[in-house]
Unconditional design. Structure first.
Length: 174
């Protein structure tokens, strides 16, 4: 009986070890990534198969697929060497760091991942949530947009969607 208990304990320990490794890999590589495609040097959006990242990295989706689905996945070297620099959440955290809302001037602070995330104000003065921007367009969008807090983004979105309900009191009447 004690041999079976020992064997079960060993199996459980091995399962816990590999489960923890898989969970750490998932935490490290989950989410969309932005990479420079080695084939054409253009920005591509992709996702790593995060559950298998503990044993080896592989691409699960890419903005260049299905046309280039048979590629050699050399872009994974960029993610292996600097995962936070490639992950959208890391790129956004760096971009928003130290910035203030372009409308109200409130500091944006640490990037919140829950409700109330800041957004982007495009050159056409329309605000967009960053989650609505394809990963492959993120670097270009960040280069041409300004940060806007959640409250100002909500007000801006409401005003653009329902202009008939908005009174602009910023114009002085003389």
């Amino acid at each position: 009986m004690s041999v079976w208990v020992l064997a079960a304990a060993i199996v459980a320990a091995v399962a816990v070890f590999f489960g923890i490794r898989a969970f750490r890999g998932w935490l490290k590589y989950r989410g969309e990534c932005v990479v420079s495609c080695p084939e054409n040097q253009k920005t591509a959006g992709m996702r790593v198969d995060a559950w298998h990242a503990a044993s080896h990295l592989r691409v699960s989706t890419c903005s260049r697929w299905p046309e280039r689905a048979g590629c050699g996945q050399q872009c994974l070297a960029q993610i292996e060497s600097a995962p936070e620099d490639c992950l959208v959440r890391g790129i956004l955290a760096q971009w928003y760091a130290g910035k203030v809302c372009v409308c109200c001037g409130q500091p944006l602070g640490d990037f919140p991942w829950g409700p109330g995330k800041p957004a982007l104000l495009r050159p056409d003065h329309r605000s967009v949530e960053w989650s609505g921007i394809p990963a492959e367009q993120l670097p270009e969008t960040l280069a041409t947009s300004a940060p806007i807090c959640f409250a100002c983004h909500t007000a801006n979105t409401f005003a653009s969607e329902h202009p008939e309900l908005v009174i602009d009191r910023s114009r002085s009447v003389t």
